[in-house]
Design a protein around this ligand. Sequence first.
Ligand code: DGL
Length: 272
Amino acid sequence: MDRKAPIGVFDSGVGGLTVAREIMRQIPNERIVYFGDTARVPYGSKSKDTVTMYSRQIIRFLKTEGVKAIVIACNTASAYALDTMVKEFDIPIIGVVKPGAKVAVDTTKNGRVGLIGTDATIQSGVYDKYIKELNSDIEVIGKACPLFCPLVEEGMLNDTITNQVAERYLSYLKDKDIDTLIMGCTHYPLISSTIGEIMGDKVNLVNPAFETAIELRKLLFRENLYNQSDVDSPSLMYRFYVSDAAEKFRRFADSILPVDISVTKQINIEQY
Ligand code: DGL
């Protein structure tokens, strides 16, 4: 495999950009092909079979772009489809849940960890499983926040409606004595200031993206895939694809990434 080949990163929409952003910061030598499934977002209310089928189509597409490894930058797809995808495809694939669980275990002092995510992620119990594998004394208190993803997709990051919705969801966690809160959906770091204000300074927010980029770098070294050559201009380093409304995505991506996105292409993901 060519070390200069890109990393494939995907999510149901813009959320995975929080992971792509972290990879750009921590491993600037690596090229990225990002796919946002904007035609089929949200994944969090869909079944395991559907999310697995979507993930399979996306990985098939990313392979046509010559990627050398894949990051499933979506907690829902990591929870539902990672194990199956690892078995089906012959390239390294990592998700965001295991790295997020690890940071939460390292962060909590009182052993009480809150988790917010999509219905699918909370119901899958996958965070509890990984956390308990690392430390069986830790208690995980989950709360699904299904409206956060559409609010973020609409760009309502600093909006009174988002504040009200967050107040309503997070009130459930406020009296649970948690000292750590996992943002278990890649869309949520985009509203972390709202979440942080409501939860207060005593609760540490965990963004699994940071640790995911560290895991990716380790994986690339281990597999002899790390790109040693010089960095090109962002337009050569990063490519973006979506399944719907490319211009809307491009504007959003431009506002949150450290580089300017010149082109986002729309593709028909159903054909893969
Ligand atoms: N950003 C995704 C996640 O981390 C999916 C949100 C959704 O599509 O419902 O779970």
